[in-house]
Design a protein. Structure first.
Length: 712
């Protein structure tokens, strides 16, 4: 980290603590080392106002505007700091520096009124194309779309690299983003540019713009992009600088629809971060099955159909049907992953983000449209292909994957068998296409946009120049877990937290689940909360017969070595479910630890009679015989357990004790070696059970001899 960045961090730290005076002092230190005349003049003006306010306060003057003025000065210092930090980022990274300089050289006047007129003129010009003669319409359309896309790319880049907005600029942008006279593709693209800029450097005016666009827009894709943008931009450290952030969000939570959309978004973000894990599952488990059971082969010339073996139908008449069933089952598994929220296309499309199309940052976020000037020549070559048309209309892909698909399609179509190519042209093949009404749902629109964002932050060559909300370097969910933020504690969103905790528990994200539980308000400490938090005794106070709480309490007591209390808890569980095998087994283990072997054996004999093939029962029964010095019975059971297909390490170890205490030393050494494996003594997580050895009065010398024999 450079000296500039360290000093800026010190300024930010004071701002986040709400310390205006100390932030001014740190800013002066920074400007002494890195002078900027205009910034120094502004800081000097703020300092003068601060000292005047402070002087009145020191003299004991009762100023009713004190807190309001202090907050105003804090925000002004923040704007100075944020502009410096943002400009420093532009200078430090080559891609951002190039974008920053290019758009300001190409256009000097970025008047929002003029920009709005240009955007509205485009909508009018597109409508007027219908009046053009057919032979000139295509050429004029291509020229129109090319010029407009160039304008939008520049506007995207300008917003991305913009300084802190004033309230007036934010309001003007808000009106552009909700206006019905502006193309909604343009609005979606601009929402993404505001989001990227906001993620790189928090700006209250941009944040307010996204919240208001989400609240006011009548266009669902624009609304959903705005929602994702302001949620990912929530900053707890901005709490003291901009209390308005919390006020804006809380004002939205009175709506049940907003609460439901936030809950869906939180779940989708969790699934989004599973993309690479899901890709591994598909590549290692699903794709091998698909390739093995279809009738195609891949080689350096492309894809070819295998010739049918004429003897196959005679020798194995059922093989073809079995392959088809297996193929359908494998595809079904992948589709189920998709329905549950998995991003099943990330792995396949990640290799298609190296096309020149994706060198331009706006192309990662522009909504898919066939007239995009960078793909128009691909569209022309594929014109009339029903499969491609259907995929672009109904395919379950995000926008950037659709652009990848149409570019890559041209490279693949020439290399596939004629029969398959004709089938694609006729539109007889499908690829998981969805009903159009499903593609228009807020949940699908939001999920597709998250895919676009995730691909950009994971695959764009210059991704390191951006603050990545999907960075999981320090946390399994990075900035994507927002339900535990301070502003939602005790809010109307609180009851929805349970659903997220369940998901986090299913995903084995225990740290995130605990953090979310820690954010619960006291009013929301239900029985389920205490169970999830491991506070089983507290849960039982609220509901003494709660089965899950009893299970947790029984395990907790057992792990603490309080076997009597654990056995009592299992007695209560058995009153609720007298024949549950796990309860009976666990109670018998408690009794063994309490050395009540007679009662333990009564339970185990009954279980063994009812479940003679259950190795869980046989293990506990064998261990009970071993502990109660019934070596003959234990030996018989351990022989069965170690002769099976699924022998556990503990089976070999316990059989070793059985042989040792029976005087069969060589057999014991063999069993212990099997338990230990080929590891050195200092690496082995193996030690003899001293308590059991003491029960059988085995001397220390014999233990040393056994250690030497096992590890020799």
């Amino acid at each position: 980290m450079t000296g500039t960045e360290l000093q800026l961090q010190r300024v930010a730290a004071e701002l986040h603590q709400g310390n205006v005076g100390l932030a001014i002092a740190e800013m002066e230190t920074y400007l002494a080392a890195y002078p900027q005349q205009q910034t120094q003049e502004r800081l000097s003006g703020i300092k003068t106002e601060y000292e005047l306010m402070s002087d009145y306060w020191r003299r004991g003057v009762n100023d009713p505007q004190l807190e309001q003025l202090y907050q105003y000065l804090l925000q002004r210092v923040y704007v100075l700091y944020a502009n410096i930090a943002s400009y420093h980022r532009m200078r430090s990274y080559p891609i951002l520096a190039g974008v920053y300089n290019r758009v300001r050289l190409e256009r000097q006047d970025w008047s929002l009124s003029e920009i709005r007129q240009e955007m509205e003129a485009f909508v009018s010009d597109v409508a007027m194309l219908e009046l053009e003669p057919e032979h000139t319409r295509q050429e004029k359309a291509e020229g129109l779309y090319k010029a407009h896309q160039s304008q939008m790319n520049n506007l995207f880049s300008y917003v991305l690299t913009s300084r802190m907005w004033t309230e007036g600029v934010g309001h003007d942008f808000e009106e552009i983003l909700i206006s019905p006279t502006i193309d909604n593709n343009d609005q979606q693209l601009l929402v993404s540019s505001v989001t990227l800029s906001l993620l790189n450097q928090f700006d209250m005016a941009k944040f307010r713009t996204l919240v208001n666009v989400y609240r006011r827009s009548q266009d669902e894709p624009v609304r959903q992009r705005a929602l994702v943008g302001w949620v990912l931009s929530l900053k707890e450290e901005m709490r003291k600088i901009y209390p308005e952030q919390e006020e804006l969000v809380l004002s939205l939570l009175s709506s049940e629809k907003v609460r439901e959309e936030l809950t869906e978004l939180q779940m989708q973000l969790v699934y989004c971060l599973n993309a690479e894990k899901d890709t591994h599952t598909i590549q290692q488990e699903i794709m091998p099955d698909i390739l093995k059971n279809n009738n195609l082969q891949f080689n350096r010339f492309g894809i070819e159909e295998r010739e049918d073996d004429p003897m196959e139908d005679i020798l194995h008449p059922e093989a073809s049907e079995q392959r088809m069933e297996k193929l359908e089952e494998t595809f079904g598994r992948m589709m189920n992953m998709q329905k549950q929220g998995s991003d099943i296309y990330f792995g396949g499309f990640s290799q298609m983000k190296r096309f020149p199309f994706f060198y331009d940052i706006p192309n990662w976020f522009v909504p898919f449209y066939m007239q995009h000037p960078d793909i128009i020549h691909f569209v022309r070559r594929a014109e009339g292909n029903k499969f491609l048309e259907k995929m672009m209309r109904q395919g379950p892909f995000c926008n950037s994957d659709k652009y990848s698909f149409i570019i890559a399609f041209q490279q693949v179509i020439e290399r596939i068998p004629d029969g398959m190519r004709k089938m694609l042209e006729r539109g007889e093949a499908t690829m998981g296409d969805l009903p159009e009404e499903e593609l228009q749902t807020p949940a699908f629109i939001r999920r597709a946009y998250l895919m676009d964002l995730y691909r950009f932050y994971r695959l764009y060559s210059g991704r390191n120049e951006f603050q990545n909300p999907f960075d999981t370097g320090h946390d399994e969910l990075g900035s994507c877990e927002f339900f535990s933020l301070w502003l939602f504690k005790g809010s109307p969103l609180e009851p929805y937290k349970d659903e997220i905790v369940r998901l986090l528990k299913r995903q084995k994200l225990e740290k995130n689940a605990k953090r979310l539980l820690d954010s619960y308000s006291d009013d929301h400490h239900s029985i389920q909360y205490y169970i999830w938090s491991g506070m089983f005794a507290k849960a039982l106070e609220l509901e003494p017969g709660n089965q899950k709480a009893l299970q947790g309490y029984a395990r907790e007591m057992f792990n603490a070595g309080l076997y009597e209390e654990s056995a009592e808890a299992y007695d209560e569980l058995l009153m609720l479910n007298p024949d549950k095998t796990s309860y009976l087994l666990n109670k018998s283990i408690c009794l063994v630890n309490l050395k009540d072997y007679e009662e333990a054996l009564k339970i185990l004999y009954r279980l063994n009679y009812n479940h003679p093939e259950d190795n869980h029962v046989n293990r506990v029964l064998a261990w009970t015989h071993l502990c109660s010095h019934q070596l003959e019975q234990a030996d018989k059971l351990y022989k069965q357990l170690t002769a099976g297909d699924q022998v556990l390490r503990e089976d070999w170890e316990n059989y070793g004790y059985c042989c040792w205490f029976s005087g069969r030393i060589d057999e014991a050494v063999h069993c212990f070696k099997k338990a230990v494996g080929n590891v050195r003594p200092e690496e082995a997580f193996f030690s003899f059970d001293s308590q059991l050895i003491a029960e059988y009065a085995v001397s220390e010398i014999q233990v040393r001899l056994m250690q030497a024999a096992v590890f020799s």
